[in-house]
Design a protein around this ligand. Structure first.
Ligand SMILES: [Zn+2]
Length: 216
């Protein structure tokens, strides 16, 4: 059985060699290049690989050249699953907390909910929301106008799901809830952090355009 070099699993975040269960190779000349052209001596290898930690499948793509030693193979790129991480502008501690949550996303739905709840706690802390509970702090943010009431309602749903994830007697979350949890949390993070950042970029660009405009 063959293994890859150590690679980070997008599903669970574990870094280790992965078992290669299938490989498919396409050569440059098969892609229509002249076989006599030395530059055609390259190819792509698609690999179906399995993570030993979470048993989930990933697909790796490797580009190689005949004139390079196979040991020098270009680093394999994971093309599936797609890393679902396009949030920018998060404060460092919130970014880390969200990353920690994403690492358990596909392993334990309840733990995911609990860690997303922690992200909400940190957002409240960052925005200096006051209140004795997360419920009160979210309402505080809505009342002060940091987040619209609709978003506070979303946050309350996430908070309730977090409570179920944290307390076994309230029930159990399943993988079916994972996209819902992630969607709720992303909606909040995007509104609170990404939107203001985009607005700032747009304003700077507008200022730049005004300055660049030749005076009439
Ligand atoms: Zn894994």
């Amino acid at each position: 059985m063959k293994f890859t070099k150590p690679v980070q699993c997008v599903h669970c975040g574990n870094t280790a060699p992965m078992k290669i269960v299938a490989s498919y190779e396409v050569r440059g000349d098969e892609k229509g290049m002249n076989p006599n052209d030395p530059l055609s001596r390259w190819g792509e290898t698609w690999r179906l690989i399995i993570c030993a930690a979470c048993n989930e499948i990933s697909i790796g793509l490797l580009r190689w050249y005949d004139f390079l030693d196979i040991e020098d193979e270009f680093q394999m790129k994971i093309v599936y699953p797609v890393r679902n991480r396009t949030l920018t502008g998060l404060p460092v501690n919130i970014d880390r907390a969200y990353d920690a949550a994403l690492k358990v996303r596909n392993i334990d739905s309840n733990a995911f909910a609990v860690l997303l709840g922690r992200v909400l706690d940190l957002v409240c802390l960052d925005k200096q929301a006051t209140g004795n509970s997360l419920f009160e702090r979210l309402n505080f943010l809505a009342a002060r106008g940091d987040i619209p009431q609709q978003l506070a309602d979303i946050a309350h749903q996430l908070r309730q799901l977090r409570n179920i994830g944290a307390h076994a007697d309230l029930g159990e979350l399943t993988s079916a809830e994972v996209p819902v949890l992630d969607g709720l949390c992303r909606a909040i993070l995007e509104y609170v952090y990404k939107a203001p950042q985009l607005l700032q970029v747009a304003e700077q660009r507008l200022q730049q355009l005004k300055q660049d405009k030749p005076s009439t």
